[in-house]
Design a protein around this ligand. Structure first.
Ligand code: NAD
Length: 297
């Protein structure tokens, strides 16, 4: 058996197109564009690439992009003052502070300074709390993107066994919450889990969000399982011909012989994150403008 490849890249492109069309309608209704502010502190090269691509994708989706680049030695007071200005700015619907921040800045304090109704990353404790009690707030982009791929592939998830490997606040925990809300039976596995392969073998749905290259092997999987690989790992130079290659947390080739469907890395979950960020921003814009959030967004 060879697993169906879940094409996150194509799904994300369709989502971005839909968001772009609805953003144009928003502009007509609201008399202004939806706006996303992205704040980057310092010059981390990976963050720089993310911020550039977010900026480009925002403009391509008919939204306004406000980029704020601050020096690495920016004080916490200055960064908080910028967040406050953006909170008060009516042209800004979503605020994203690119993580990681330089070590002298308290990430949690900065995130918590963002107005929850502009927290399109869904990292604010108010939004995490809303997710855990089933109220609508903002859900972190990567797990929400995974959920969209799962719903597209499987439809109703009721009663399915789901194992999420990883318990971070950004991916693992919100992912588990979303699966629970969709009536799956959810197990969260992590670095202290015993007999991880046995736990994973129970799963109809496996979501791997660990950050360990090709950790999940084919013989960990139940036949026909749906596998969502969140991991993005660059192989180290000593890995010979593979050096520098991007791989996920799942051994893709061998897992494909056993799974029913699997996301590749790259081209699976990765492209969903920005697409969902745009979607969350447009949702924020509708709420902030007192307009109904369009069906199917
Ligand atoms: P994290 O480091 O915060 O969390 C990793 C989790 O894995 C921890 O909860 C830990 O308990 C668990 N873990 C570590 N070693 C383990 C082991 N041996 N067995 C079982 N569990 C183990 O990472 P994160 O932010 O959740 O990200 C996870 C991965 O997803 C990373 O590779 C990251 O690059 C990737 N990621 C991708 C996207 C995207 O596609 N856009 C977004 C966020 C994260």
């Amino acid at each position: 058996m060879s697993a169906e490849r879940i094409d996150g890249k194509a799904f994300a492109a369709r989502l971005r197109e839909r968001v772009g069309a609805l953003a144009a309608e928003f502009e007509t209704q609201a008399g202004r564009k939806a706006g996303l502010a992205v704040v980057l502190v310092g010059e981390d090269p990976a963050s720089d690439v993310y911020v550039r691509s977010k900026n480009k994708a925002t403009l391509a989706a008919n939204m306004e992009s406000f980029e704020h680049r601050l020096p690495a030695d920016t004080s916490e007071a200055d960064l908080l003052a910028l967040v406050e200005r953006l909170n008060a700015d009516e042209a800004v619907d979503g605020i994203l502070v690119q993580l990681p921040l330089p070590g002298h800045l308290d990430e949690q304090a900065i995130i918590e300074a963002i107005a929850p109704d502009k927290d399109v990353d869904g990292f604010h404790v108010i939004n995490a709390g809303k997710l855990s009690v089933g109220r609508s707030g903002f859900v972190p982009c990567t797990p929400l993107g995974c959920m969209m791929l799962l719903a597209d592939r499987l439809g109703d998830l009721s009663g399915l066994e789901a194992v999420v490997i990883g318990r971070s606040n950004i991916v693992g925990k919100p992912m588990a919450q979303l699966l629970l809300d969709a009536n799956a039976t959810v197990t969260i596995a992590h670095s202290r889990t015993k007999n991880l392969p046995d736990v994973v073998r129970r799963a109809d749905i496996v979501v791997a969000a660990v950050g360990r290259p090709e950790m999940v092997r084919a013989d960990w999987l139940k036949d026909g399982a749906t596998v969502i690989d969140v991991g993005i790992n660059r192989l180290a130079p000593e890995t010979g011909a593979d050096k520098g290659r991007l791989v996920g947390d799942v051994a893709f080739e061998e897992a494909s012989a056993r799974a029913g469907a699997i996301t590749p890395v790259p081209g699976g979950v990765g492209p969903m994150t920005i697409a969902v960020l745009l979607r969350n921003t447009l949702v924020a814009a509708h709420r902030n403008a007192g307009l109904e959030v369009p069906e199917g967004l």
